[in-house]
Design a protein around this ligand. Structure first.
Ligand SMILES: Cc1ncc(COP(=O)(O)O)c(C=O)c1O
Length: 382
């Protein structure tokens, strides 16, 4: 079995599971309790915050834990918009954000906010010129993803963040870094980022645990109401085992980020070299994308059909678009980069992790060729 669907989620690493096994039956105290068991749990949370904050160059008290990237994105966008609406009702984002951003903005639109959606270019890049054009006198928040989860294109968040703050330092800058955390360098101070969303299960931690970096003095409303955990911004007893998994996964990426990057880059190169000879294919955003994601369109094929042909041969991937038998729904990302109609249905995302090997990449290439020959034979017959 070859698992090339790591942008959907990753397998927890052995070290992560070992950390969970070590603490699951001992570190059960409520972090809010005043006794020793509570204090031990609280210490673990502080350690995890320190580890995460060092990766993004923030202070550890600027990190709060959430249930994942989706919640972090909702809290960042809705929480700041609602709290700061007296300063303006205009918000800026892009057309190809993750659903947890786009649907949060849709909600805000229904609450009376005005949203400008920036269109990325054909390579999946958000041009600074378009950010400049989008910002208005009454803009209070700009939210732009670091790495796109379907095509892997990378935005220059340093340039965008510094530009925004030069215009008006009161405009909040949020970055969805779910696909880049632990993979690309992130420096929230250098990029002048106010809020940054991350998630553990994309870096071999557990599902259902994420974090939001909130720069000191950021005015934000909570989405849930309860106790004083996480300064009242995210109340509820903390997901301690999830946090331990995040801590361990963060320690591992901090240590191995460069080696992982180089190894995964080689895997992507093998894939590109191996399949570029296939007729009628198109690599999307190839030159501007993270090594962890390779997005390929196969003209005239249905992505789902190819996905299952690959699966039958042991290769697990994602489609770039979700198709419904009654109503065709194309990927909003591929539509945003204006991928030609003939490619829209047949897009596959291969996504890699440091647990993958070059041998797997070579085997995957063979499987793709074999599946394509098989599907071409069937299509010719029918
Ligand atoms: C770019 C991006 N943002 C947000 C999310 C949501 O993260 P989570 O699955 O932790 O809710 C994902 C998950 O696929 C993602 O890729």
């Amino acid at each position: 079995m070859i698992y090339f669907d790591n942008s959907s989620t990753t397998m927890p690493k052995k070290e992560v599971q070992e950390a969970i096994n070590e603490y699951a039956l001992t570190l059960y105290g409520n972090p809010s309790s005043l006794h020793r068991l509570g204090i031990d749990s609280e210490k673990m949370i502080l350690l995890a915050k320190r580890e995460i904050s060092e990766i993004i160059n923030s202070d550890s008290n600027e990190i709060i834990f959430t249930s994942g990237g989706t919640e972090s994105n909702n809290l960042a966008v809705i929480g700041t918009a609602m709290r700061n609406k007296n300063n303006g009702m205009h918000l800026v984002t892009t057309e190809f954000e993750h659903a947890s951003i786009l649907n949060a903005f849709k909600y805000l639109e229904n609450q009376g906010f005005e949203i400008t959606y920036i269109k990325p270019d054909k390579d999946g890049i958000v041009n600074l010129e378009n950010v400049k054009k989008a910002i208005r006198e009454d803009t209070i928040l700009v939210s732009i993803m670091h790495v796109n989860n379907e095509i892997g294109s990378i935005q220059d968040i340093d340039e965008i963040g510094n530009y925004i703050k030069k215009i008006k330092k009161e405009i909040y800058f949020h970055v969805d870094a779910v696909q880049s955390f632990g993979k690309l360098k992130i420096d929230v101070k250098q990029a002048k980022i106010d809020l940054l969303s991350i998630s553990a299960h994309k870096i071999h931690g557990y599902k259902g645990i994420g974090a939001l970096y909130i720069r000191k003095n950021t005015r934000i409303n909570p989405l849930f109401f309860g106790g004083q955990q996480e300064k009242g911004i995210r109340p509820g007893t903390e997901n301690l085992l999830g946090i331990i998994s995040f801590l361990k996964a963060a320690q591992l990426v901090k240590k191995d980020q460069k080696t992982n990057f180089d190894e995964v880059k080689k895997i992507k190169e093998i894939m590109v070299e191996g399949i570029k000879t296939i007729e009628n294919i198109k690599f999307n955003a190839l030159n501007n994308s993270i090594p962890y994601i390779l997005n390929v369109s196969f003209k005239g094929l249905k992505g789902e059909v190819l996905l299952h042909a690959l699966e039958q041969r042991g290769l697990f991937v994602s489609t770039g678009s979700a198709c419904n038998s009654k109503k065709k729904i194309h990927s909003h990302v591929l539509e945003a980069i204006e991928l030609e109609e003939k490619y829209l249905d047949g897009t596959i995302r291969f996504s890699f992790s440091s647990l993958n090997t070059e041998d797997e990449a070579n085997r995957a290439v063979a499987i793709i060729h074999e599946s394509m020959s098989f599907l071409n034979r069937i299509m010719r017959r029918s």
